[in-house]
Ligand binder design. Sequence first.
Ligand code: FAD
Length: 444
Amino acid sequence: MTWKERNAMSATQEVDVVVIGAGFAGLIAARELSNAGHSVLVLEARDRVGGRVWTTNMLGHDLELGGTWVHWVQPHTWAEMTRYGRGIVRSPAAEEARWLGTGGVPRVGTLEEFLELISPGQQLIINRVREAIPRGPEPTAGQIAQLDALSIADHLATLDLDEEARSANESVWVGHVNAPLTETGMSTAYRWVAATGGHWELMHEASATYRVAGGMSEWTRLIAASVRGEVRLNTTVTSVTQGDAGATVETAAGEKIHTRFVVSTLPINAISGIEFTPPLPEPWQRAGRETVASRGSKVWIKVRGPVRRFFGYATPEHPISVLKSEFITEEESILVGFGPDHTRLDGTDLGAVQAAVDAIRPGLEVLAAVTHDWMADPLSRTTWMTHRPGQLTRDHAGLQRPHGVVHFATTDNADLWGGFVDGAIESGLREARLVGERLGPTTV
Ligand SMILES: Cc1cc2nc3c(=O)[nH]c(=O)nc-3n(C[C@H](O)[C@H](O)[C@H](O)COP(=O)(O)OP(=O)(O)OC[C@H]3O[C@@H](n4cnc5c(N)ncnc54)[C@H](O)[C@@H]3O)c2cc1C
């Protein structure tokens, strides 16, 4: 009896590859494998593709509730931008900067003044980047193993900075990593700066300047349309059981699909949503239990009237530590804010949002706010992945290793821009290649 005959007795459908999840990693893997002639089925629990990118028209604008900014120094992202004819739109350059000076006194200055304040600290923080991670695409190859136990807060504490510069540098980093600095490894800082050739200014630009014209969701819809196979929405996978030939994937509706290979694209923090038999290898189990560091919030805020274009920082202890203006009209302005801990701000509580805005940019009247709590969302339980101290060098290789016929494609295990859209695309390409090699050539 062939594997097909054996499993047809219990399975309702057979494919070469089941891809779990229709975010960037899943869609790219599915496109590559299906274009190579393999039969592919994508199962996505949500009622839309895109995963942690999601463009919604609210507050009168197309707002990105998840991933937003891209840059041409992100090679996988840029290749896909070119392939799908996507352009970029610059987020408005700030005319003024706001931060908290010594003793928490509000300061207003120019962009140049703020950069002058943070520059020495920013450089000191990443001074050892070329030893730590000499080559961006090889994140565990340098001296990072010796430095990986260090949190960003630990490292900042060793730097000779005055109170104002320290506070400003802390706020900038908490904005980047979307988590408390005490819980975030220096590996994240080193990786991002290694990815931009050792230049922290370029890292800042790469991570928060250019949006995708037409929105992230439209881009992922275009990728989905180029998958030569079914992308099935509203289908939650509950278990993956490996047999002696392939695996059976079961959905919440009780459907069983037999497949030769599985590509899981679940984030580390959400991996416990599926029961794997045999159980997942130790790196996945451990990382899933421990969770990655990122656990912040992103909130879009409408305020009355036009504002002078600004960006502002509070401290890592504030519910919103970074706030900037994104869309400005005569009637209203739309701001976007980021906080290090999603439990500190209820984005639907306008009083709380008003207080958080006041701490950075007093004098504005909050009219509405929109957010998605990615941490509470069982399909993500994370924002953009940043590691806890020690996690990168301990688990990175293990998280990439296939488990029997189950492969793992996720931005969380990408080499270069791990945590970003670029990393998701990289991981989808990588696992499609590896699964394709194991499947062998097709006649198509
Ligand atoms: C608030 C926020 C801001 C961000 N900002 C940026 C940015 O500016 N620039 C940038 O590059 N990146 C940013 N990111 C990160 C970026 O969005 C992600 O790295 C990327 O989208 C992850 O893609 P992925 O395919 O690896 O994972 P996901 O997009 O999470 O895809 C996994 C998919 O699996 C599905 N799934 C989960 N469980 C199941 C199940 N049991 N059955 C079936 N399907 C399941 C999920 O619904 C999801 O669609 C941001 C993320 C967030 C949340």
